[in-house]
Design a protein around this ligand. Structure first.
Ligand code: C2O
Ligand code: CU
Length: 455
């Protein structure tokens, strides 16, 4: 059985809203931030990139010298990065070497229902499964993670998460920082005890360690030039409000790819499941200077400028226009809250039932969904994540979307009492897909529903 964290401690300040947390356990800036390893296809056949990834336990030392068991894709706490190209299909065979069931969802992916990692569509211990990703979508920072019904919170917390980045020619032509200057950064929280153990079950106030690519408060040595950083929040129910002392963060993308134009941000809030793509220009900074990326809870990562390097990359004033918004023909309401016990998550007042279809959506339809956090009893923040399609935020409580809502989105924060109005077009695939709170502690106790796309 799955041990769900204690939900009774939720207040508006706990969980999703960025908030000051307790004292950090680990020392700061003593370890270097690793960059997740990029996977090489085992073969290329018929224009398809083929990969094999075992799902297995491994030992990982969050505290140097004190290894603790984790669940991994491929043996590393942050799974290997898959680098795909628009229009080139990818096939990944995952072999489950755990003693529990698992499965894999490509978050932000536009894929057939059978390849979506449907919560009941599991890989038994010892079994393998091949997922097919056609990559008929634009460049974007996606990620893959476990989505086993009721167990996704535990599995992702224990390490079943990795990057899946799609590159496309139009984006490459912009000449943004690339290669070693295009760096994926996974940020999440965890509870690490004095023995170095990754503690589970764990509730929000105890998750005081912020891991950056698996390392607490690391440093990262950079050259005095521009870098692209793809920030991904994989915390189970965690928001970060990031600032970078002294240097502007230029946001170029969000969940579903590039923004129409770069936006200079002094602080960025992102919650579980969201991605923020930024460029930081260190070119005018002296060798030896240091810049700390901080959350309201404390330092996250220090950039140390250690060398010079040539830089022919640019951040053009125009990046990529957003697709035209279709004409909506259907409007629906989605509510998210806990029941009065605090132990069951509800969408439209019901816990997830895989045998129930909550919304039937016509293929081709453009719809507006009004997503409301109705959690008056617990006052907990929630997030809304839609599978299959990217949406656009039309408004937040009737007002204009915030800079954190910009671009093509698949996950947004919804604070208690708030209504976020989103619009999506369901272009092609048929079948059942979930939508849910992306605080996995909440989805795994029921805060999930499903749509079925029908002809
Ligand atoms: Cu990132 Cu349904 O999940
Ligand atoms: Cu929630």
């Amino acid at each position: 059985t799955t041990s769900a964290p204690d939900h009774t401690g939720h207040g508006a300040a706990a969980g999703g809203a960025p908030a000051a947390a307790g004292t950090r356990v680990a020392a700061q800036f003593t370890q270097c931030m690793p960059v997740p390893q990029q996977l090489t296809p085992t073969r290329r056949s018929d224009g398809t990139d083929v990969y094999r990834i075992p799902i297995k336990t491994a030992q990982f030392a969050f505290t140097p010298g004190k290894p603790t068991p984790v669940r991994t894709f491929g043996g590393t706490f942050v799974g290997p990065t898959i680098r795909a190209k628009t229009g080139t299909p990818v096939e990944v065979t995952f072999t489950n070497q755990l003693d529990v069931t698992s499965n894999v969802h490509l978050h932000g992916g536009h894929n057939a229902s059978a390849d979506d990692g449907y919560p009941m569509d599991l890989i038994a211990p010892g079994a393998s499964r091949t997922y097919h990703y056609p990559n008929k979508q634009q460049g974007a920072t996606l990620w893959y993670h476990d989505h086993s019904h009721g167990a996704e919170a535990e599995n992702v917390y224990k390490g079943l998460h990795g990057f899946y980045i799609i590159d496309d020619p139009a984006e490459a032509a912009l000449n943004l920082p690339s290669g070693q200057y295009d760096v994926p950064i996974m940020i999440r929280d965890a509870q690490i005890d004095a023995n170095g153990t990754l503690v589970w079950p764990s509730s929000v106030p105890d998750r005081t360690t912020v891991l950056v690519n698996g390392v607490a408060a690391p440093y990262f040595q950079v050259a005095a030039r521009k870098y692209r950083f793809r920030l991904l929040n994989t915390g189970n129910e965690r928001g970060f409000r990031l600032t970078l002392g002294g240097l502007p963060m230029v946001q170029i993308g969000s969940d579903g790819g590039l923004l129409p134009a770069p936006v200079t941000r002094s602080d960025i809030t992102f919650t579980s499941g969201e991605r923020v793509d930024i460029v930081i220009d260190f070119s005018r900074q002296a060798i030896g200077s240091k810049f700390v990326l901080s959350d309201v809870s404390g330092p996250v990562l220090r950039f140390d400028v250690t060398r010079t390097a040539a830089d022919t990359s640019r951040v053009p004033a125009t990046l990529r226009a957003l697709p035209a918004l279709g004409t909506p023909t259907v409007e629906r309401n989605v509510t998210m809250r806990f029941d009065d016990s605090g132990n069951v998550g509800l969408v439209n007042d019901l816990p997830y039932d895989p045998n129930r279809v909550d919304f039937q959506v016509k293929r081709g339809a453009t719809e507006i969904w009004n997503v409301t956090n109705t959690d008056t009893v617990w006052g907990a923040p929630h997030t809304f994540h839609l599978h299959l399609e990217q949406f656009r935020v039309l408004s937040r409580d009737g007002a204009a979307p915030t800079p954190d809502d910009a671009g093509r989105k698949d996950t947004v924060l919804v604070m208690p009492g708030e209504t976020v109005r989103v619009q999506a077009t369901f272009t092609d695939y048929l079948g059942k897909y979930p939508f849910h709170c992306h605080f996995l502690d909440h989805s795994s106790i029921g805060m999930m529903a499903q749509m079925e796309i029908v002809p």
